[in-house]
Design a protein around this ligand. Structure first.
Ligand SMILES: Nc1ncnc2c1ncn2[C@@H]1O[C@H](COP(=O)(O)OP(=O)(O)OP(=O)(O)O)[C@@H](O)[C@H]1O
Length: 487
């Protein structure tokens, strides 16, 4: 798509010359002869860039810049505008001002008012082309960032759930948000830990400053150190410029350490120092930098157990665990399933323009009796898929695909499966996601039952499940027919 430029000048000859030149350069051009018309066209045409003369009738170029910087009617505060703020349509286009020779002070004033760059008249053809190209590239990146931010904001803007267990956690998290205390979020994968981390930041007095997410599992130790602390120029081969790490970028805001349970011991020691002193050094530097950060960490691992096993530092555990919340798995709050399902149904039917879709009574019942090993993320994905695949407006259980299906390979006898599991082979890894999750939970149960000699109470203890819940899972997976219930 061609970038759209608005050219504003009261001299018709300059307007025509610029329009011809820019159109020949592959841009779409709209023109205005005065400041008032320029403001109208910025609203109506949403140009990607404005080329603005300073000397204009009615409103000068500087006045146009001043008015562009003012908030739009209807948007009262940053907080209330949070979800709209990042919409690309709301972004002001960058402005390049054009000034006559000898009016540099006006150009400086324009830059203070937010102009991207300035050009002096008479315009140099090559310089004009370069400045416009750079500005439009930057504008395109800015829009992409805004789109991505908008997507993240909308994905993480609403917390659904009114079961008593869950409401207590929301209230606690809101109270915790007002302090600077470290928060540790625990819970299985897909239970909403990242959503809570983002919400706590949003509810906190730090919300105007950045929330910086660090995924501790995605990076090797050296990369993670670099990512956290940044590096000085020349710190290692290839470090050709100074790089600010995420801790430094989060100054005044919040650092969210996702999957903290997977951080290596040496890095844990370095992180501990930052948490104790709020100080760190960039890689390759001896200069100490102080930061003001709030830390939220999350993991789906049993950190206490990891401490006992010597895999996680106890002192770091205590630092992180000032306030903790354990987000319950979906199967422990089935009351929330209908509201969550409706929430995702609305979102996905709007997104895929399938408005008016409904869940049939039997689809709702199927969702209630399913164990949701992937928790809310799995529910979200299930509804997204059903919206696309359902042949009618009313979604039936078949479109949800929740019925446990047998793996592609013939099922091995119970004991053999359990042996495979304890030998850490995962033959189901190549199956589609839902089947793979289903098989994995089946394997876990079989292994626990084998290790407990078929005693369900002990197996439930080992799996940290209620015995009755284990019995329900066994019924769902038809394991109760293969293994006798204990007394
Ligand atoms: N209570 C909720 N209401 C609405 N959406 C939710 C809720 N909880 C989670 N979600 C959505 O489910 C998805 C998964 O949640 P999230 O990424 O926060 O889980 P997580 O516990 O951090 O998972 P993981 O441990 O795998 O990183 C996200 O899209 C999130 O917005």
């Amino acid at each position: 798509m061609k970038a759209k430029l608005l050219v504003v000048d009261d001299d018709p000859d300059i307007l025509t010359m610029l329009q011809d030149r820019l159109e020949a350069g592959g841009y779409q051009v709209v023109t205005a002869k005065d400041g008032r018309r320029a403001l109208e066209l910025i609203e109506q045409e949403a140009p990607n860039l404005v080329l603005l003369d300073i000397e204009l009738p009615y409103l000068s170029g500087l006045d146009v810049l001043r008015r562009m910087g003012q908030p739009k009617p209807g948007v009262t505060s940053v907080e209330s505008a949070q979800s709209d703020r990042h919409l690309p349509g709301d972004l002001e286009p960058p402005v390049i001002v054009m000034t006559a020779h000898g009016t540099i002070s006006t150009a400086v004033e324009a830059m203070k008012l937010g102009a991207y760059d300035f050009l002096t008249k008479p315009l140099d053809k090559d310089h004009l082309a370069i400045v416009i190209q750079k500005a439009t590239e930057r504008e395109s990146l800015r829009r992409q960032v805004a789109v991505l931010r908008g997507e993240i904001d909308s994905r993480y803007s609403t917390i659904v759930g009114s079961s008593p267990k869950f409401t207590t956690i929301i209230e606690g998290a809101k109270r915790a948000a007002n302090s600077d205390a470290s928060v540790l979020l625990l819970g299985e994968s897909g239970t909403g830990k990242e959503l809570f981390a983002r919400s706590i930041h949003q509810w906190s007095p730090r919300r105007q400053n950045p929330l910086v997410v660090i995924n501790c599992v995605a990076l090797t130790e050296t990369l993670l150190e670099n990512e956290l602390f940044g590096h000085e120029r020349g710190a290692f081969t290839g470090a050709d410029r100074l790089y600010k790490g995420k801790i430094e970028m989060a100054d005044g805001g919040t650092v969210f350490l996702d999957e903290i349970g997977d951080m290596s011991l040496p890095l844990q020691a370095k992180l501990l120092r930052v948490l104790q002193d709020r100080e760190f050094q960039r890689v390759g530097s001896t200069k100490t930098i102080s930061v003001n950060i709030r830390v939220i960490a999350a993991t789906n691992r049993d950190l206490k157990q990891a401490v006992k096993a010597g895999q996680f530092r106890e002192d770091l555990y205590f630092r992180l665990n000032v306030i903790n919340f354990t987000l319950p798995p979906l199967r422990e709050r089935p009351d929330d399933i209908p509201a969550l399902a409706e929430f995702f149904l609305k979102r996905h039917s709007l997104e895929s323009k399938h408005a008016g879709m409904k869940l049939s009574a039997s689809a709702k019942a199927a969702m209630l009796s399913y164990a949701w090993p992937g928790n809310i993320r799995e529910l979200d994905n299930t509804i997204a898929r059903a919206v696309v695949l359902s042949p009618s407006e009313e979604i039936e259980p078949e479109s949800l695909g929740l019925t446990p299906t047998e793996p592609a390979h013939p099922p091995a006898p119970v004991r053999e499966q359990a042996d495979q599991s304890s030998a850490q082979t995962f033959p189901y890894m190549n199956l589609p996601y839902h089947q793979s999750m289903e098989e994995h939970s089946r394997m876990l149960i079989l292994r626990a039952l084998k290790q407990s000699g078929g005693n369900q109470t002990k197996a439930a203890e080992q799996l940290h499940l209620q015995r009755t819940y284990l019995a329900r899972l066994m019924r769902q997976k038809n394991l109760d027919k293969e293994l006798p219930a204990d007394s």
